[in-house]
Design a protein around this ligand. Structure first.
Ligand SMILES: Cc1ncc(COP(=O)(O)O)c(C=O)c1O
Length: 484
């Protein structure tokens, strides 16, 4: 508790900072708030920030920011359907951040003046907003640089804390690289890791999880929504299996962690109802800024972990370093909007997802949807187009920003390890595209994308000798190809 806080009300007269040229440039008339807070009606503009000076308005008042890509394709730019890689920032988030970049630049850990207090207030407000989105207490939230850091902190931190008694970790084969690589690192340090397989639709088997649990298991880390195929793991059932195992065996319960970078703000998550002990969150997947995220680390019963970063003891000593107040405020606002608009976002995204899938299926044959349609997040649609090379598809679809497999691995031509884990053949894995639909995607964009897919797949198949053979009724799986 800040010992000076009681004095704040008395001391904190409104900050009136001398306006610099830069600060003046950010002042806009009140009427522009309408566009900043109503992205649905905002106009499309390449230049997101218009600058006007109005001396009558006090800082900060908001900024005239256009919603990204609303209303169709922005001139000269590809249609953005790569929402799992990152989301465009919601203009309301920029509004929430700007005062902390300009006027309220204090260090949130400064205890002796109003600059510090107001930055601290912004950080604590964000902590509550993030906590509220996942049904947690504000004190359970630790701000980090993103989900990669949160995953590293929780996985390595829990493993190291318990290492004298427990050295076994369970995860799945389809986790994000930052989880797999954290586990791989731990296995070089004397830990044992079980990588659970997944079924053909990407779901883990609860029986296999049950069989893998051991008295020396300290951590089970299973992602909430997969970033390549959108499959939603049954978090509540997973935590129930872990709890039951500990009860039956009379051992302390392994910590249940979930990487929820693709789930938070998109589907309802309640850490208490789902029995989640620790969770990773990313700002830039929920229309917030890049470079910020959060780790949910339960305090009751307490999840114990060793920090990765040592220093000033900020964030309960789990993540030292000055909290990045502007982007943390952005994460908080992104969480607030996600909580308020989740159902509307979901309905909008589901309708567009159906439109895409139905549009493609009606006009293109031999398309396979990877993942589990019944247990999937609709904003992540992964399709394999048989007899077409995914890279050629991507090249031909230059007017659509897409990914084949995970953004982090698409630089390599290795087939996606996630699709391989589902049992997809190399050919089908190579012919897959991931369509990421989001809050600002429009019907017009989806219709244009369907049209382009039909054109491109048809053209590429016409050039494919394999496709010609399939058209002639030859079962190409039976062909024995000569080796050279
Ligand atoms: C499932 C999942 N976990 C973790 C990450 C890493 O998130 P960040 O970019 O915030 O470090 C990503 C990003 O692609 C992801 O999709």
């Amino acid at each position: 508790m800040n010992p000076l806080r009681p004095l704040r009300a008395a001391l904190a007269t409104p900050l009136r900072v001398q306006r610099t040229r830069a600060a003046r440039a950010l002042v806009v008339p009140r009427r522009s708030l309408a566009t900043a807070t109503a992205p649905a009606s905002a106009s499309v503009s390449d230049k997101h920030v218009d600058v006007e000076v109005d001396e009558d308005v006090e800082l900060p008042v908001g900024f005239k920011v256009s919603a990204p890509n609303r209303g169709g394709q922005t001139a000269g730019r590809p249609i953005y359907l790569d929402m799992q890689a990152t989301t465009p920032m919601d203009p309301r988030v920029l509004d929430a951040m700007m005062p902390l970049f300009t006027e309220q630049y204090g260090n949130p850990h400064s205890r002796t003046h109003a600059y510090g207090w107001e930055a601290e207030d912004a950080v604590e407000k964000a902590r509550e907003q993030v906590a509220s989105l996942i049904g947690a207490g504000a004190k359970d939230i630790v701000f980090t640089s993103g989900a990669t850091e949160s995953n590293n902190l929780i996985i390595k931190g829990v493993a190291n804390f318990h290492k004298s008694k427990k050295r076994h970790i369970i995860t799945t084969q389809t986790e994000h690289k930052c989880v797999l690589d954290s586990c791989r690192f731990l296995s070089t340090q004397g830990f044992e890791v079980t990588y659970l397989p997944v079924g053909p639709t990407g779901l883990v088997s609860l029986d296999e999880l049950k069989a893998a649990l051991r008295p020396d298991t300290s951590l089970v880390s299973i992602m909430a929504v997969n970033n390549e195929i959108g499959v939603i793991q049954p978090l509540g059932e997973i935590s129930a299996v872990i709890k039951q195992y500990a009860k039956d065996q009379g051992v302390s319960k392994p910590i249940f962690h979930t990487d929820a970078a693709q789930a938070v703000g998109k589907i309802h998550i309640d850490v208490d109802a789902m029995g989640i002990d620790a969770m990773s969150i990313s700002g830039h997947k929920i229309y917030g800024p890049k470079g910020v995220g959060a780790a949910y680390v339960r305090r009751r019963p307490r999840v114990r972990l060793e920090p990765l970063i040592h220093g000033g003891g900020q964030e309960r000593g789990l993540r030292s370093g000055t909290v990045a107040a502007p982007i943390v405020a952005g994460l908080g606002e992104a969480a607030r909007i996600a909580q308020e608009e989740m159902d509307a976002d979901h309905a909008h995204i589901k309708a567009l997802s159906d439109r895409l899938i139905n549009g493609v299926n009606a006009q293109v044959s031999h398309v396979v949807r990877n993942g589990d349609a019944d247990h999937g997040y609709p904003g992540c649609v992964n399709l394999s187009f048989a007899y077409v090379e995914g890279e050629s598809l991507l090249m031909a679809l230059k007017d659509v920003a897409l990914s084949s497999g995970s953004a982090c691995t698409s630089a390599s031509l290795e087939p996606s390890y996630v699709l391989r884990a589902l049992g997809a053949t190399d050919d089908m894995a190579h012919s897959s595209l991931r369509f990421g639909i989001g809050r600002f995607t429009t019907e017009a964009e989806i219709d244009l994308v369907v049209k382009r897919i039909v054109q491109v797949v048809t053209r590429l198949r016409e050039m494919s000798p394999l496709w010609e053979m399939v058209q002639d009724g030859i079962d190409i799986s039976k062909i024995e190809w000569a080796a050279h």
